[in-house]
Design a protein around this ligand. Sequence first.
Ligand code: HEM
Length: 411
Amino acid sequence: MTSPEVQPELRPALVDVQAVYSRAALRDPYPLYERARSHGEVVPIPEWNAVAIFGHEEVSAVLRSPAALSGQLMAVEANAAAQGQVSEAMQLLRPMMLFHNGPSHARLRGLVSAAFTPRVVAEQEELVRGLVREILTAHQGAPFDLVDKLAVPLPVAVIAGMLGLSKDDEQQFRIWTQSVAELLGGIDTTPELLARIEADAREMRSYFRSLADDLRAKPQPGLLSALAAAEDEEGRLSSDELLANAVLLLAAGHETTSNLIGRGVLALLQQEGAWAELAALPELGNTQADELLRFTSPVQLTGRVLGAPLEIAGQSYTAGTHTMLLLAAANRDSRTFADPDRIDLTRANAGRHLAFASGPHYCLGASLARLETRVVFGELARYPQMRVLEDKPQYRPNIVLRGLSKLMVEL
Ligand code: HEM
């Protein structure tokens, strides 16, 4: 989402909420969330027909409300269309389950979940461990970029492998899914960037379309083949639905997890004693994975449009109101999490975080993300001397999918 420059003559609550959606939020948005929430956990912005929500309880209630509908696509479309031709990209995004509601969402999600089973996910553990060990062993004894060598390639390899895609194309998937991420949360959406995104969308559609045709003719192991065969009373996924949701898995499956790995490592190494605490744990469980998810919130924010009137924190909002849901701020709500700006690897209620959202669009890949987190940090914990060599880590220009672009470390 691009944001207009902050205008000082506007009222303070509006200025502070606007800052959260601006370039200023890239390096460290948390002080900005705190400043904005000083106006309340729920801040009405009538100028935008919107309400910005920072509190854990309130964000969670909106996400679970049947009145709250996925409306992000409209925002992406309006922003992108204002600056360039993005019809291929929109055709790619439109059938993604993320942007559907009600029965149409349930159908798409049902067909994908039927292939993305807990057993398929559990089977990945040994493969993930093998990959992580291979990467870490190869980089022992010399500085390396953790983002480029581990945080990005690992989740891509895992999800591409699950989908049954060719290993030779992994570099291409990195580029393509970066484009999807830039469309969804980039702040520098120039006409040039949109032209590149459009070209990538065209390539993605043609790549997955021909692959799906092949798999329908000749099924192979892997999720994509299972998706091509999946059928419910209303029939199979159409070609557009199949390829859109395969791309969604590919993009959602790595942009987020990569950011969690990079920022999780940095945060643990920056907090005094936290790395030693991690290294001393006999094994890593979901509590530790959840605490890292809570602390880093790889998807910082999302939104819903009200399809019917809804009461939020005692105030009534009409249908059509945009709710701006600050997942990352909710995850640092001191009413829910004691000492929220500290990583506590034994936090009893870490699992209450909203990093995977909640309600009908609750992250479909949550169990895979937790598995990858447990394995990656469990393996990294075998290097108690690990250190960061970066003074000023660089961030990607994305306020929604927040993550590092580079992190030099030594094991
Ligand atoms: C949805 C977070 C990993 C697949 C979501 C949503 C969030 C999220 C917040 C809801 C977005 C919204 O409603 O606006 C994360 C985080 C991850 C992660 C923090 C890792 C650290 C994954 C993985 C996969 C995945 C590994 C799959 C391989 C999906 C899908 C949806 C989704 C398909 C759409 C669900 C729906 O619309 O019903 N994720 N995700 N995610 N995620 Fe994840």
